[in-house]
Design a protein around this ligand. Sequence first.
Ligand code: NZQ
Ligand code: ZN
Length: 396
Amino acid sequence: MNNFNYWTPTKVIFGKDAEKQTGALVKAQNCKKVLVHFGGGSAKRSGLLDRICDSLKAEHIDYVLLGGVVPNPRLSLVREGIALCKKEGVDFILAVGGGSVLDSAKAIGYGVVTEGDVWDIFLKKVEPAGCLPVGSVLTIAAAGSEMSDSSVITNEDGWLKRGYSSDYGRCRFAVMNPELTATLDEWQTMSGCTDIIMHTLERYFYPAHEVSGENMITDSIAEGLIKTVIKNALILKDKPKDYNARAQIMWAGSLSHNGLTGCGNGTGDWATHQIEHELGGMFDITHGAGLAAVWGSWARYVYKENPERFAQLARNVFGISDTDSEKAALKGIEAMENFFRSINMPVSVKEMNIDLTEEQIETLAFKCCFEKKRLVGSFRKLGYEDLIAIYKAAAK
Ligand code: NZQ
Ligand code: ZN
């Protein structure tokens, strides 16, 4: 087990009716004016937004509203939010929605306190001076942004999707009522489940030489978390309103991306996410589904680096008994893809109704390796040609 830092400052209020506490939670932040940030309509339709505003009014908290965040949240709205916060003297941001709303809120928070163009932070040209404090009322279990240090934004100018991670971006609190996720359709629910599994897998596949000794505690948390999501996703397929299954998945979503599943294993791989982010930038696809579409192609390309690690996943998560590690590894990859199929997730880009051309594959690979200036992933470090091969395999 390697040395590690683990910091999760987010206060979690979890369970039925949790959102009723929002006003009191915001009040405890001692802020003067709040930006209530939300998405394209679901929070309005469900009445959640009104209930949150009532809860703020009950505590005599002044607020302004900014809606319209879309999945793969856009830089233009972030800029609008920064200008609004400066004009209105906002000193706290309340994100009501999913990962996209949260990420947009964090980006606004960075932009308000940092001189210059906020996009430079995402290009890592500028260090943010800090971030306005952000709190969240989560409506979808997926991205894990409610407890992560990340924000991922899409710049419409060039359709670049880029992430920025910093402890400044960790939420002060996360209100999580699993009942709020019951209005999600199957596609969003299952994309979320896929993303949660993938945040754990990205940390599970680290370069073997970088970690010494068995890390049983972290491995068993990771494997248990993946099994939990698989079991409860299958329950939701038949019973989408099942409270307990939604609760299991929602908490798994936070734990999968607050660092817990990587403690002592280094930072992880993250190639699947980088590969998907380029597809998200180019085609505006649903993030979790995009991960399902490329993971198998990544896994088959890299598993020979350490077949034993893939075999461990196969044995401990899918009960594959094959003693030969190579065979077990491949069966485990197939089992994961079969699970994706069973929840109607795509296992190729073509299954997302996208026929990638040669030229598009080259562009994706070129952007993904930052114009050949970086290698992607760590389990196996991938260059431009490797990325071409993975995008090609995923295209079929
Ligand atoms: O905009 P509304 O109308 O709210 O609709 C949303 C959106 O269309 C809808 N939705 C959310 N809650 C709902 C609901 N519909 C009905 N009932 C509800 N209760 O679901 C759709 C997806 O919402 P979104 O916020 O985009 O989902 P998610 O949480 O999956 O976030 C995806 C974004 O997060 C980024 C992704 O790249 C993507 O841009 N990620 C952020 C991470 C982070 N900050 O740590 C890590 C992830 O790996 C990921 O990259
Ligand atoms: Zn993700």
